[in-house]
Design a protein around this ligand. Structure first.
Ligand code: 16G
Ligand code: ZN
Length: 528
């Protein structure tokens, strides 16, 4: 390592004195003008991680659903998954080292992680459409090259597309071709095959309105449209040509405000969906004839997908295990429906994709979705091999079901949740089953719920256990919450420190909106 060169280059990416940032659930995220040094240093760290894993590592410059003048960065590990927790600590340490300590921190990390410095390094980089992203990704490249790493800059990609590229590159092309054309080709072929019965009979064109949050999703969905079969017409709104990124639009806005985005005109019963700013989240919604807004979130998406998968498995007669992974934010009705009606085992993990992803790897078919619309389905190696073999061997109805499952494997982005891929899976299922969005929505009714955030001096005074459903610290708070919950019917509430903002989040559900609101309010008072 040429530490003198590192120190010299670092001077042009100087760290603001005293600025402390943490690699949280979604990497580093803050105002874009405070991130230049972090980008340079994540370029350095990606080289070390690449040398240590002898694999290509990804660096994504994005702040997802945050406002346009924020930015952020996260590293992507060899199989397209989130950075390993021990390296999150290295990332935090490197980002926070004062200028004069940077070289020392770099050496310490290489030693602790037993990095072979003679190993080659390769890093792939991509960015979202924020005005600050291009310059910040150049700082990442500066960090990569100063340590002698090779790189490929993909330019503009959605976050899940970069995860896909990393996975392709480290699996010798078995997962797909590591190009944007390879991505579109893989998904569109699987989609066309999966849905051909629904779309080939010259039936009506199905229309879907997509709110692209004025982000990267618009660019990539527009490119994808040319690959899609005739039967599905995708109409883009908030496509970045006029509005501001995530401003009154996008999946996060729609989910948290429980209302339609601006810039998308909805007629009664039209099927609509929203992506977030880097297109790794999706939620669906519609307005009924009385003008009432209906949100179909990650829980209902998980339910639709798992019931489709279970039907196909039943058809081919294979006893592969299916598990659904949720977080504490999953609506109580969804958990009940999955367990009691669909008879699938449901597991709860901490918030954050990496936790759900990890748990989902324990099953042959692991379905995971956060209520906010981030999720996908993972197939174990053994299940994938079995399904592909059955698709070749079986005939008639069983053979057809096995081939459909094989296409489902190819259509899901198994590296991470992906709005484009999830959208195509959902569209295929709805078309094949002839389900309207109202019928999908009506499968169960969400319990009324409310989320609040409480500003506190130090959110770390609260710590939780049992997948964030129980408070362990400060003493007495859980008992206070239990007492409040007991006052209401069908009620549940929890509090947790946010991983992305300096607040404590409160969630409550109950038998009526009024009760959910007052329970949330009372719990938030108990937090003070
Ligand atoms: C991050 C997570 C998201 C989670 C959210 C919770 C990833 C890629 N993203 O955006 O999954 O729902 O944080 O935020 O893991 P909070 O901790 O502020 O509630
Ligand atoms: Zn996102």
């Amino acid at each position: 390592m040429d530490l003198d060169a590192v120190t010299k280059h670092s001077a042009s990416h100087a760290k603001p004195d005293g600025l402390i940032l943490q690699y949280g659930t979604a990497g580093f995220r803050t105002k874009a003008d405070r991130l230049d040094h972090v980008m340079f240093r994540m370029g350095l760290l990606a080289v070390l991680r690449s040398k240590q894993t002898k694999s290509t590592i990804g660096v994504m410059v994005t702040a997802s659903h945050n406002p346009e003048d924020d930015n952020g960065v996260k590293l992507v590990d060899p199989l397209g998954e989130m950075l390993a927790p021990s390296w999150e600590e290295h990332a935090t340490r490197l980002a926070n080292a004062e200028e004069q300590d940077l070289a020392r921190a770099l050496v310490a990390i290489s030693e602790e992680a037993a990095v072979n410095l003679h190993q080659d390094a390769f890093v792939v980089i991509a960015r979202d459409t924020r005005p600050s992203s291009e310059k910040l990704s150049e700082s990442v490249i500066d960090g990569v090259t100063v340590l002698g790493g090779q790189f490929h800059d993909y330019g503009l990609l959605t976050t899940p597309q970069l995860h896909y590229m990393v996975c392709c590159r480290n699996t010798g092309g078995r997962y797909g071709e590591a190009t944007i054309d390879g991505y579109f080709h893989k998904l569109s072929t699987a989609f066309a095959e999966l849905s051909k019965q629904a779309f080939c009979s010259g039936g009506d064109q199905r229309t879907l309105k997509v709110d692209c949050a004025n982000g990267i999703g618009a660019l990539k969905l527009r490119e994808m449209k040319q690959y899609l079969p005739q039967g599905l017409s995708v109409q883009l709104f908030n496509d970045g040509t006029s509005g501001k990124l995530n401003h009154f639009c996008g999946a996060d806005f729609v989910k948290s405000h429980q209302k339609p985005p601006e810039g998308l005109e909805m007629k009664a019963n039209e099927r609509c969906c929203s992506f977030d700013g880097d297109a790794d989240r999706i939620i669906y919604y519609y307005c009924d004839a009385d003008g009432h807004f209906h949100l179909i979130d990650g829980d209902k998406i998980a339910m639709l997908i798992s019931s489709f998968l279970k039907e196909l498995l039943l058809e081919i007669g294979e006893s592969l295990t299916v598990g659904v992974v949720q977080t504490a934010y999953a609506n109580g009705s969804s958990t009940r429906y999955l367990e009691e009606v669909m008879k699938v085992p449901v597991y709860c993990t901490k918030t954050g994709v990496k936790h759900l992803h990890h748990k989902a790897q324990e099953f042959d078919l692991g379905v995971y979705f956060e209520a906010n619309g981030h999720g996908t389905v993972l197939f174990s190696k053994a299940a994938e091999t079995k399904i592909r073999q059955l698709a070749k061997e079986l005939e008639d109805k069983k053979g057809k079901a096995a081939k459909m499952l094989e296409n489902v494997i190819d259509l899901f982005n198994q590296a991470t949740g992906d709005a484009i891929s999830d959208m195509l899976v959902i569209e295929a299922i709805l078309a094949l089953k002839g389900l309207t969005i109202q019928q999908w929505d009506a499968l169960y009714t969400d319990l009324p719920n409310r989320q609040l955030k409480v500003k506190v001096a130090d959110r770390e005074v609260i710590s939780t256990t049992d997948a964030e459903r129980q408070v362990v610290k400060p003493p007495g708070l859980q008992e206070a919450i239990n007492d409040l919950v007991r006052k209401y019917k069908l009620s549940r509430a929890f509090v947790r420190p946010s991983g992305t903002e300096d607040v404590v989040r409160v969630y409550a559900e109950a038998d009526s909106q009024e009760n959910a609101d007052s329970l949330a309010y009372e719990v938030s008072l108990a937090v003070f």
